[in-house]
Design a protein around this ligand. Structure first.
Ligand SMILES: [Zn+2]
Length: 261
């Protein structure tokens, strides 16, 4: 079976010791590609190196909303985020310079759960959408507690090249996203997350992608996640749609090719 993981963080320290083995396991499971997401300037640089070193790793370069140096994050949350010292414009310039080496711009987006600085986040996101248009690479969007806002912003910008990662919106918003022709992901923790079972049911197969968000969102609470676990997302989609895992995997792979290659 052919598998793709469109959202992982292989540059995170959790993979420092054994990334080679992790990727070998992914290959053995049938993985054709893992899109590793940069979250700030240093993370972007490391992501490019990983993509150059490992054949199944594809690079997405981005700026996680809470890592942007101009976004106000409450002090109690500050320690959880690696606040970049490199400015937003410089980070975006680097992404533009390396556009030929990447398949997407991510992880980017808006997070109003851990920061209420909507103004700066929207400003940054708007610049990122312009960059995505200019270099013709899709954005991979994080939208925690900003599920409606990102749809509004995409609509206002008439922006079509976007993937909704780990989308938390309810049925109504999911329906709207589907009508906007946006792809949505099902995650590797979907067997224990009813929300993503609902996503698997509501979103047409032609708009579904699979991801792990590894090292996060694993099938087992508290255990490090890794790309081969994307198999669990395939199983959930297969169950919800009443299809074979093979058929789901084949369709998700076609979606991946259409969106990213
Ligand atoms: Zn992520």
């Amino acid at each position: 079976m052919i598998l793709v993981d469109v959202h992982a963080h292989l540059d995170f320290p959790e993979f420092d010791k054994d990334l080679k083995q992790v990727l070998q396991r992914a290959k053995n499971a049938g993985m054709a590609a893992v899109i590793s997401q940069g979250v700030h300037h240093a993370s972007n640089k490391k992501t490019l190196e990983l993509a150059a070193q490992h054949d199944i790793v594809q690079a997405a370069l981005g700026l996680y909303p809470l890592n942007a140096p101009n976004v106000v994050v409450p002090e109690e949350e500050n320690d959880d985020y690696d606040r970049s010292t490199v400015g937003v414009d410089e980070t975006l310039k680097f992404i533009r310079q390396h556009a030929k080496e990447i398949v997407a711009i991510g992880e980017v987006g808006i997070d109003l759960q851990f920061s209420d600085d909507e103004k700066n986040q929207v400003n940054n996101f708007t610049k990122i959408l312009q960059l995505s248009n200019a270099v013709k690479k899709p954005v991979i969007i994080h939208s925690r507690k900003a599920e409606k806002l990102v749809l509004d912003l995409l609509e206002d910008a008439k922006h079509k090249q976007a993937v909704l990662h780990c989308y938390g919106g309810g049925k109504k918003l999911i329906k709207r996203a589907v009508e906007m022709n946006l792809p949505l992901t099902v995650t590797s923790n979907a067997q224990r997350a009813q929300h993503f079972q609902m996503v698997a049911r509501e979103v047409p197969l032609s708009q579904l992608l699979t991801e792990t968000d590894a090292p996060l969102l694993g099938p087992v609470v508290g255990e490090r996640n890794e790309p081969q676990n994307v198999q669990h997302a395939i199983d959930v989609i297969a169950k919800q749609k009443g299809l074979s895992a093979q058929e789901v995997a084949r369709n998700v792979y076609m979606n991946y090719q259409r969106i990213f290659l």
